[in-house]
Ligand binder design. Structure first.
Ligand SMILES: *Cc1c(COP(=O)(O)O)cnc(C)c1O
Length: 350
């Protein structure tokens, strides 16, 4: 291949995002998006924006948005970094906290982007394989410069207890980024740890609970020195004006986010119960998706049959650890009833 391209880039595989199928009748349960509308204030602010402001650069350090986030979590603006999706936050953590001869840790399975980001920066990866039933399993003497701890974990949907996470970060020598993309759907979260420990960052996103995957806004909270380092190296204007405004009003409207989360949690419960009755192994979800193992059907076969019926779920077939499972995003109640009807029908015909 071309010697114009860095060897590490030639050797790596890029991240493969979930499919975004187009079509009226498709029930899209594959990328953990929120099926409900975001805050009505988002529509209002977009209607009110004077396009003349778009000829100017946006605030490079997003002060008004960070004030809203700081208020929400009871910290200072200096403790908040905002990025172009939490994906950018994760990438900047590697650039800011991992030396060339350092390493990046994460659980296997967890969010598959971490491995790609480590490859982009050409640093060592130190994955930690989870124990039976995807439980917490940290080897003795484990060390890495940075650890991405997804909690609740994806794609397994399960939460590691705050007590376990707290005990781990206390003795860990590197930076721990607790990736809480799904924390709004969970019983507990680790935000306190970011404000108590100098080496802990907690990341959140507006893509899931706030129904705003399209604006690309993620943030992390933690020690002001770590946050300052991230500000030093980010792109000058990493969060555009429209996103700053939309994100700010969405965060100020906690009621809408919580009502949507409540609806999803209720639908999650009904869907999980029904799938258990149908003979699926269903993990205890603390997120907006279910991690299920069909017992009388191959996961791959079910994935393909559902696709034929215009129902799209996520299948991670390339990995031994995940190939027997499907990840199913919780949609609206009617979408989930349709999904359950089709599953029941397929099982009857099998
Ligand atoms: C969805 C997701 C993200 C990405 O969030 P964006 O803000 O949309 O970039 C990060 N981490 C995990 C674990 C996710 O599931």
């Amino acid at each position: 291949m071309s010697d114009l391209i860095r060897k590490s880039v030639q050797a790596m595989a890029g991240y493969v995002p979930g499919e975004q199928p187009k079509g009226e009748d498709i029930v899209k349960l594959n990328t953990n998006e929120n099926p409900y509308l975001p805050s009505a204030d988002v529509q209002d602010i977009l209607s009110m924006i004077d396009v003349a402001v778009l000829s100017r650069y946006p605030d490079p350090v997003c002060i008004e948005l960070r004030k809203a986030i700081a208020e929400l979590h009871g910290c200072e603006v200096e403790n908040v970094f905002v990025g172009n999706g939490s994906d950018e936050v994760l990438a900047l953590c590697i650039r800011a906290f991992v030396e060339r001869d350092g390493s990046v840790g994460f659980f296997d399975p967890s969010y598959s982007l971490y491995s790609v980001l480590a490859d982009i920066e050409d640093v060592e990866k130190k994955p930690v394989v989870l124990g039976p039933a995807f439980q917490w399993q940290m080897p003795d003497d484990y060390a890495s410069s940075l650890f991405f701890l997804t909690n609740p974990n994806a794609p397994t949907s399960m939460q590691f207890s705050k007590a376990n996470v707290g005990a781990f970060v206390k003795d860990f020598k590197g930076v721990v980024l607790v990736d809480e993309a799904y924390a709004d759907f969970a019983a507990e979260n680790c935000m306190d740890l970011a404000l108590q420990h100098d080496n802990v960052l907690v990341a959140r996103t507006l893509s899931k609970a706030y129904s705003l995957a399209g604006i690309r806004l993620g943030y992390c909270v933690g020690n002001a020195d770590l946050i300052g380092a991230m500000y030093k190296i980010k792109d000058s204007y990493n969060v555009n004006y429209l996103t700053q405004e939309v994100a700010r009003v969405a965060i100020l409207d906690q009621d809408t986010m919580k009502a949507n989360v409540q609806a999803i949690v209720e639908t999650r419960k009904i869907t999980a119960e029904k799938l258990s009755e149908l003979g699926f192994e269903v993990a205890e979800s603390q997120s907006n998706f279910l991690w299920v193992k069909p017992l009388d059907f191959s996961a791959k076969g079910l994935f393909e049959e559902l696709r034929k019926k215009n129902i799209v779920v996520r299948y991670f077939g390339n990995d031994e650890l995940t190939k027997d499972y499907l990840r199913i995003t919780i949609g609206t109640a009617p979408e989930m009833f349709k999904f359950l009807d089709v599953v029941e029908e397929l099982m009857r015909d099998a």
